[in-house]
Write a protein that binds this ligand. Structure first.
Ligand code: AMP
Ligand code: MG
Length: 402
């Protein structure tokens, strides 16, 4: 049986980032930039005021202080968004507001708090100013022709803001992958409906949709398939035509109703592997058709989430064009033994706590793959090798459920 590391390597070798596309800035957040973005303009565009105050000639206010106010005539006013009108001649100043362009003749701005109104049309300046004081220079942020965002950067809020600030309306990005989620099983019912004998509510499609979104992808809800070849065939086929990747849940084990593998073969998917030596989640099929992928996850809700986090999430991040695929980790001290009696690598659920400056981790009391509450009350996974106990007091990397 493949190890988790071998299965990951097979998946990562099969997946490559989506082809770039130019999208409006408003659709680019959380995408990876596919080409350097160059600013066509300087930022700031022109020398402008860093404060509300008075633009003046620094030499006119040399030696000014509370006891030696210097009086200047106010010859104009420049609010933000207006061009500077009159030049500043000796012994005059111009009222100016933050962001407004510095008028010619002025070489400093004195902030309003360091002035006092004087008689009609004059102010008293109570503080001297160095040349250049409170002036933000043209281009001191970025200059025209400069690369402001590098290819392969993840476009978070600050990067989108940067692009907008230099007037870029579109960006070449790797589009967000579309990921189909199909749950399978004749017993599965939408939450909200009455349950008949033998039926259970569908929890996986909700949990997986949330996980897929958190991984920065678009979710395509493919619904619930019956355990029949026809229904699975139709729904997976549709998913493969619409999505970059399809995640199916359930029906990949060895029972008579576990038909997903056969249907993938019918649909021309190459089965790259079926079983992985991990717990929860041994039966897990990975199929490839052209540039599309199918991850057939086991149906137990804990297995579905854990296999998603360990094997599918990294693939989705690679599809997005990211280069860092690991779950975030914290080093934590074990509070109670993590005991793995089985021979497969066990991703045990645990709960992190910060005490003083260090993290501790406690195993969830129940570790069976059907115990949904063990996952709902956990915030991390601790990988425990087969037939091993990680003892209280040991430091381990805890994988934060992200
Ligand atoms: P399977 O892998 O199809 O054999 O399913 C394993 C277990 O997970 C069974 O007990 C299923 O009823 C359960 N299961 C499968 N799909 C879901 C789902 N979407 N929501 C909740 N439980 C599920
Ligand atoms: Mg099933």
């Amino acid at each position: 049986m493949l190890t988790v590391a071998e299965a990951s390597a097979i998946i990562q070798a099969a997946v490559s980032p989506r082809e770039p596309r130019t999208v409006p800035l408003s659709a680019a957040a959380e995408c990876v930039l596919a080409a350097d973005a160059v600013t066509p303009i300087n930022l700031p565009r022109w020398d402008n005021s860093a404060v509300d105050g008075y633009a003046l000639r620094s030499e006119d206010v040399a030696g000014a202080n509370e006891n030696n106010p210097i009086h200047l005539r106010v010859v104009g006013e420049i609010p933000a968004g207006k061009s500077p009108g009159v030049p500043v001649e000796p012994q005059t100043c111009v009222r100016i507001f933050t962001g407004a362009p510095i008028p010619s003749g002025a070489d400093a701005v004195v902030m309003q708090e360091d002035t006092k109104p004087h008689h009609e049309g004059y102010i008293a300046v109570l503080e001297s100013a160095e040349p250049g004081e409170s002036i933000r220079r043209a281009g001191d942020d970025v200059t025209a022709g400069e690369i402001v965002l590098r290819s392969d950067m993840l476009l978070g809020p600050a990067q989108i803001g940067m692009a907008a600030a230099v007037g870029l309306k579109k960006l070449a990005v790797r589009p967000r992958p579309r990921v189909g989620v199909l749950v399978t099983g004749a017993e599965i019912v939408e939450p909200g409906r009455p349950l008949r004998e033998g039926q259970i509510y569908d929890s996986n499609s909700y949990a997986l949709a949330a996980l897929v979104k958190r991984a920065g992808c678009e979710v395509v809800d493919l619904g619930i398939a019956d355990d029949t070849r026809e229904d699975l065939h139709e729904k997976i086929d549709y998913g493969l035509s619409e999505c970059d990747a399809v995640i199916t849940v359930g029906g990949v084990s060895v029972g008579e109703y576990d038909l997903v593998k056969d249907v993938l073969t019918e649909l021309g998917c190459e089965q790259k592997f079926w079983k992985v030596a991990m717990r929860p989640g041994k039966p897990l099929v990975f199929g490839v058709r052209g540039d599309r992928f199918v991850f057939g996850l086991p149906g137990n809700p804990v297995s579905a989430t854990v296999t998603f986090l360990i094997l599918v999430r990294p693939a989705l991040l690679k599809l997005r064009g990211l280069t860092q695929w690991d779950l975030p980790q914290v080093e934590a001290e074990i509070q109670e033994d993590f005991v793995n009696r089985g021979d497969r690598l066990h991703f045990m659920r645990g709960r992190l706590k910060k005490q003083d400056d260090k993290w501790t981790v406690t195993p969830s009391p129940q570790q069976a793959a059907h115990v949904i509450s063990s996952l709902a009350n956990a915030d991390c996974l601790v990988a425990v090798p087969g037939c091993q106990t990680l003892k209280r007091g040991t430091l381990v990397p805890a994988l934060v459920i992200a």
